[in-house]
Design a protein around this ligand. Structure first.
Ligand code: NAP
Ligand code: GCO
Length: 259
């Protein structure tokens, strides 16, 4: 049974793997046997992350690549294929959020979130799919969100992107399932990373709000996503397709603690 979860000999690309959820998932995939490829936009962060992976004894190769730039993505995928082999596992993790009331958000701000969080995953999936189709196997995991299902004030662009990412996941699953490519999503709950730091720190009321909305009564950690990503990246999930696995401590099941 353990072999079902082994990633030995696999090439995994995790976008946005320089810190946060992406790095945690990439390290998990590496510890399960995969060779890690990762990318982000800032060269200094890519270099720092490579050192971090090495400290954990993991073989990881970083690329400075913006997921919204198709030419950069194609060049990265081609370089990985020529130096290491075709990508077996793609985790579309790179993403941003802008917390701005819709009426105040500029069109440029809205488009930037959609570009990175929804168009980026399409660009990268489209770049890795031909080799997966040729091989007759592949795993694509899109990192969705609570906002793939729920809304809240100030995150309109992000919710639109993550809602779209849920349906992109389901539709690619339909289109590529016959080639033995499983396309699924992970929907993390509220996870303690730099992205959510403004909501947790300096006594922000959102901190207790989320703890009261979560049956697990805590914020998630990036490490909480290690098992789910190994499951969806491994043969253990070969008949799971078009599924969004929510790793949220129960938020989506809960009306919230009685006052
Ligand atoms: P984070 O701490 O802000 O890290 C984001 C990562 O993505 C960084 O490595 C960043 O590096 C990279 N990135 C951003 N834009 C990029 C681009 N255009 N091209 C390439 N890389 C890019 O975020 P996180 O909290 O770890 O979240 C990771 C993913 O999980 C996101 O998709 C987020 O929406 C999702 N998520 C987060 C939570 C949460 O509570 N934290 C919950 C649900 C879902 P550079 O800036 O250097 O490019
Ligand atoms: C917010 C948070 C959330 C989390 C995550 C929840 O401002 O509401 O940033 O959007 O990032 O997506 O699943």
């Amino acid at each position: 049974m353990q072999n079902r979860f082994s990633l030995k000999g696999k090439i995994a690309l995790v976008t946005g793997g320089t810190y946060g959820i992406g790095m945690a998932m990439a390290k998990a995939l590496g510890k399960a046997g995969a060779k890690i490829m990762f990318n982000a936009r800032r060269d200094e962060m890519v270099k720092k992350a490579e050192e971090d992976y090495k400290k954990d004894g993991l073989e990881a190769y970083g690329y400075v690549c913006d997921v919204t730039k198709e030419n950069q993505v194609k060049a990265m995928v081609a370089d990985i294929s020529s130096k290491h082999g075709d990508i077996d596992i793609l985790v579309n993790n790179a993403g941003i959020i802008k917390r701005i009331p819709a009426v105040e958000m500029t069109l440029e701000e809205y488009k930037e979130v959609i570009d990175i969080d929804l168009i980026g995953p399409f660009i990268v999936a489209k770049a890795v799919a031909p080799a997966m189709i040729k091989k007759g196997a592949g795993k694509i995991i899109n990192i969705c969100s609570m906002m793939s299902e729920l809304g809240r004030e100030t995150v309109t662009a992000y919710a639109a992107a993550k809602g779209g990412l849920k349906m992109l996941t389901k539709n690619l699953a339909c289109e590529w399932g016959e080639f033995n490519i499983q396309v699924n999503g992970i929907g993390p709950g509220y996870i303690a990373t730099p992205q959510t730091a403004p909501l947790r720190e300096n006594g922000h009321p959102f901190n207790n709000f989320i703890i009261n909305k979560t049956p697990a009564a805590r914020w998630g950690t990036p490490e909480d996503l290690e098992g789910p990503v190994i499951f969806l990246a491994s043969n253990a999930s070969d008949f799971v397709n078009g599924h969004i696995l929510y790793v949220d401590g129960g938020i989506l099941a809960y009306i919230g603690k009685q006052p």
